[in-house]
Design a protein around this ligand. Sequence first.
Ligand code: ADP
Ligand code: MG
Length: 363
Amino acid sequence: MISFDNVTKFYADGTVAVDRLSFEAPTSKITILVGPSGCGKTTSLRMINRLIEPSSGAITLNGQSTLDMDVVQLRRKIGYVIQNAGLFPHKTVQDNVAVTARLNGATRRAARTKALDLLARVGLSPEMHQRYPWQLSGGQQQRVGVARALASDPEFMLMDEPFSAVDPVVREQLQDEFLRLQSDIGKTIIMVTHDIDEAMKLGDRVAVFRPGGRLAQIDSPAMLLNHPKDPFVADFIGRDRGYRKLAFSAIQPGLSLFSEPCASLGMTVAEARERAIGQWILVTENNQPLGWFDVTQPKDQILADGINLSSTFAPLTGSLRQLMDAVLSSPCGRGIVVDDRRQLLGSVNVEQAFGTGQPIKAG
Ligand code: ADP
Ligand code: MG
């Protein structure tokens, strides 16, 4: 656990960057610091590894004050990832990761093994390993940055806007992979972002900062959405709040499903047209939905390349948001529901999908 106890930072020019900050970042969880630009997020983060010294107050790691630790020892316990990755430009991808392991006493051979393992974990294929950072895309550099931070087996990870410099599609991908990685490694993480969507998606706990370096509220995403403490927090979270809340509501147990007719690959379009309700028919393979087929197309047979793949399918054990996505992304308004093995269960329309949800994340 990382705790802040009444921590203040003022700069020489009198700027109060962080004002009497107290909160706890629990072990093995992701705590997000979010807020508008200039509200003291980066300063708070950098005080943890003592790149910035607090003016007053205490920061403890598992109960031990950072001021009582040797700075070098302290930083070895903490992986640090920054925007644009901050890689060594003259080192290859592999060496960028291996160097951290070497610094922590690994032999050259062990450091190399470690680097290869970590690069695989963050999804960088072997042909990238001998490249230099400038030969990588922003998203790839960011993956190397994460691998490098993990190379010292740190107990804690500090991440400052790690995904902000990459385009939205890649960002979503990196976020999903990061959540998968974290479910494996269970580090104690504090991440800074100015993006409230990112905060709500990644955070177990989210600390909302207000200008002047003050903490406005720290809670689970569901609590922030349902019980914002004051107008500042409500406004900051505001956009699409109703829609976001659906992500924290389970599909109600009594959901009645329509038995969706389906077709299979290779079937004649004439036969599919017979079965279809209107223009679209669901194509399945081994009872797993693949996508929708437009039976008004002038084609003879259902082939893979004629299938519309743009719809998402909602697991029955998933959230109302996934269910709404399934309905809204379906070309015919019937959202497909599957079980945990992606087997077709049936479909729902928008009226059925909406209902009173049940909380799936305790406040
Ligand atoms: P954030 O990461 O939330 O955007 P920062 O922690 O970087 O905010 O900055 C908080 C405040 O401290 C800002 O007003 C910023 O201008 C100020 N600040 C940051 N570094 C310094 C510095 N070295 N000297 C004076 N003021 C600073
Ligand atoms: Mg910052």
